[in-house]
Design a protein around this ligand. Structure first.
Ligand code: HEM
Length: 400
């Protein structure tokens, strides 16, 4: 499975913790020296070609936060903020405390696969006087007929994605990021999500969403020859600072679960075109068997219906448009209408949203069988620069 590769051995992260001199975190072991379980000890490197939080396995907990630069804050303040955020992210991802005044929320825990990922919204470039370096890929997403977007929970100058396999480790990172924002930036919106915990299934497998479907099967895989060009910005583009980066489309998609759960299983499966139990196409085989979009049944009708989600969203139907979906589920209790305020924090990664999310969503908007059961409630598009090299902070190639 694509997301089945773990960034680095846990021991490496703990060793870094020790080098940082953080006594409480150094061994992250009990009094008798019991080692942490793999879940706690796994550390993801902060530095690399790509930022962490794109290729790692889905974590059990996630926080998405957008910030707006404070009135009067510009490029200088944004630069200082990216330096502070990078420093704290590097420490936390290694399992070290945040620094002076650490809240203590993650004491005793290892890094737990923590990733902290930073992105810039289109408005960031106006605020910092960097419009000439704003990539065309950040042009606003078109409006879709099914959009029910809440502007207050959409957009933002800056975006931070936090993921970890432990809820307290994720919360700890969230508070540290908010604290470091200081007077430079204010939270615009925040969303909290989750995925299955590692170890909950007998073997690692593709995730399920809150509709119960196996979700992520046909994601591009790093082993595929066109993976890099689909997901990451190549070197040598118009905006050299984005080399190794990716564009994140974030959509808060409410699921109308009361309606969905009333559908009989067979109808639910026809909405997607895949079996609920194991994600196999309705044309047969197992989860990874290729879907046969042309097959007709004894009644002469297409086995995978015309409006099935898996048909409409397939790259073969969209001029090759593809994206890496790496979502979190969300559940914020019961909404004002008395139905669950739950669904998918959809996050799609691609080298260019105009060749990824946009054409696919245009097509889905015109007749996806899933549409009556979902509602897009918030939207964001962020330029996520490549990972920091040795001694660099995230976004340095843009801000310097
Ligand atoms: C495939 C669910 C929204 C793009 C799938 C599959 C499921 C699913 C179950 C089949 C398994 C798989 O290949 O992953 C959902 C749900 C959504 C949602 C529950 C909303 C709550 C979206 C949106 C987009 C999208 C908004 C993009 C605009 C795709 C793509 C595939 C896919 C590209 C893979 C198609 C292929 O490569 O054959 N989705 N999806 N989905 N979905 Fe969605």
């Amino acid at each position: 499975k694509l997301l089945g590769t773990v960034g680095a051995a846990g021991a490496a992260g703990l060793a870094l913790g020790a080098a940082g001199g953080a006594a409480t975190y150094a061994t992250a072991a009990g009094p008798a020296g019991t080692a942490l379980a793999t879940v706690g000890s796994t550390a993801v490197p902060f530095r690399g070609t790509h930022q962490a939080g794109i290729l790692q396995p889905l974590q059990a907990r996630g926080h998405l936060v957008a910030f707006d630069l404070a009135p009067g804050a510009g490029r200088k303040e944004a630069t200082a903020l990216m330096r502070r955020w990078s420093a704290v992210a590097e420490r936390l991802m290694a399992g070290e405390p945040a620094g002076d005044g650490d809240t203590g929320v993650a004491l005793d825990a290892g890094p737990s696969s923590l990733t902290v990922t930073f992105g810039f919204g289109a408005s960031f470039f106006d605020r910092t006087g960097l419009v000439a370096r704003r990539p065309a890929e950040l042009d606003p997403l078109p409006a879709f007929s099914s959009d029910r977007l809440d502007a207050r929970r959409s957009g933002g100058d800056l975006w931070v994605q936090i993921g970890a396999d432990d809820a307290l480790v994720a919360f700890h990172a969230l508070r540290a990021v908010q604290k470091e924002a200081g007077a430079a930036a204010k939270v615009r919106w925040q969303m909290n999500g989750f995925n299955r915990s590692p170890g909950a299934t007998a073997q690692p497998m593709t995730a399920r969403n809150l509709m119960g479907q196996v979700d992520g099967t046909r994601n591009p895989k790093p082993s595929e020859p066109d993976f890099q060009e689909r997901v990451f910005v190549p070197a040598g583009g118009d905006q050299p600072w984005m080399a190794g980066g990716s564009y994140a489309v974030v959509r808060r998609i409410r699921m109308l679960l009361d309606d969905w759960e009333k559908l009989p299983l067979e109808r639910q499966e026809r909405v997607i075109g895949r079996r609920k139990s194991d994600g196999a196409p309705l044309t047969g085989g197992g989860e990874t068997t290729e879907i046969d979009l042309d097959r007709t049944g004894p009644d002469g009708k297409l086995v995978v219906p015309d409006n099935a989600h898996a048909r409409i969203s397939a790259p073969e139907q969209n001029g090759g448009a593809a994206m890496l979906r790496r979502p979190f589920s969300f559940h914020d209790g019961i909404g004002t209408d008395g139905t669950p305020d739950a669904g998918l924090l959809f996050i799609a990664w691609q080298a260019d949203p105009r060749r990824g999310f946009v054409p696919v969503q245009r097509k889905l908007d015109r007749g996806d069988a899933l549409s009556p059961f979902i509602r897009h409630e918030a939207s964001g598009l962020f330029a996520v620069p490549g990972g920091p090299g040795e001694g660099e902070y995230v976004g340095q190639r843009l801000l310097e």
